[in-house]
Write a protein of this length. Structure first.
Length: 268
């Protein structure tokens, strides 16, 4: 039902018969599956996006079989693919090194959205956020790992790297955080490039081809945690012109206005 409503919405948008199109039917259909979005209260755009991607993946997924062979045995691995995984899914690998015995293990993890920390409260760049996300962390105290070689919990260092870059990479800028026992919003002005975003410094050497990206959409959030408003900037895939979407108001904007201090989600 949600997938059919989404298809209807896409058709209505691209037919161009109306100046603007309301997503009311799709919103209603998605609300049947995710009750949090039924009401008119403030909801998080990143959480909504994850629900949309999950719903479309479930509607269009197909099973793919692959034979995996190792030194001990041969087995058949079954994975689920869809247009969502083909476009948005990437792979991270976390290298975890025990500080006692120096044994390193790798933990793969799929992602569709990368949630980036914001390292400054005044101003920073998207590269600063990426460096912060991919920096090496030390795991101590309650975050210790259980080292299979040592047989006990040990301090460790962990560092993530991209082993599969998605066709479309989505960055979620973590503007909402706990501040003095209350959740607040970071108003940091984050500078992000419109083209030539290079992810090769964070990508495993064998996979460093085609990791330059161009911006295609921005979701902006104005206001605060419980009282805000979402707008979007989108680049037309044919004309390459940028447009601002603010409810029923749609206007063409110059490239210079795409840089926004209210950016919350970035699509490259």
């Amino acid at each position: 039902q949600s997938a059919a409503a989404f298809g209807y919405l896409m058709s209505s948008m691209w037919l161009g018969e109306h100046d603007c199109v309301s997503p009311e039917v799709f919103h209603s259909a998605l609300g049947e599956r995710y009750p949090a979005f039924r009401t008119q209260t403030q909801q998080d755009a990143q959480e909504f996006l994850m629900c949309v991607l999950n719903e479309l993946h479930e509607a269009f997924k197909s099973r793919k079989r692959a034979r995996v062979t190792n030194a001990k045995a041969s087995r058949v691995s079954v994975s689920e693919t869809s247009i969502v995984t083909q476009l948005f899914e990437g792979q991270l690998s976390y290298e975890i090194t025990c500080l006692q015995c120096q044994t390193t293990t790798e933990r793969p993890e799929s992602f569709t959205v990368l949630s980036l920390p914001i390292p400054s409260k005044s101003a920073c760049s998207l590269q600063d956020c990426l460096k912060c996300f991919f920096q090496q962390d030390t795991l101590t105290w309650n975050n210790q790992i259980h080292c299979s070689w040592c047989g006990t919990k040990q301090d460790a260092v962990v560092k993530g790297i991209i082993t599969k870059a998605p066709q479309i990479v989505i960055f979620h800028l973590k503007r909402f955080e706990w501040q003095d026992k209350h959740k607040g919003k970071l108003l940091t002005d984050i500078c992000y490039p419109l083209s030539s975003l290079d992810l090769s410094p964070y990508t495993s050497p064998p996979f460093r081809r085609d990791v330059e990206y161009s911006l295609c959409a921005v979701v902006n959030h104005s206001g605060f945690l419980d009282d805000g408003h979402y707008t979007a900037f989108c680049k037309h895939s044919v004309t390459a012109n940028w447009y601002s979407f603010d409810d029923e108001e749609i206007t063409e904007i110059p490239d210079s206005l795409v840089q926004s201090d209210q950016a919350y989600l970035l699509f490259y």
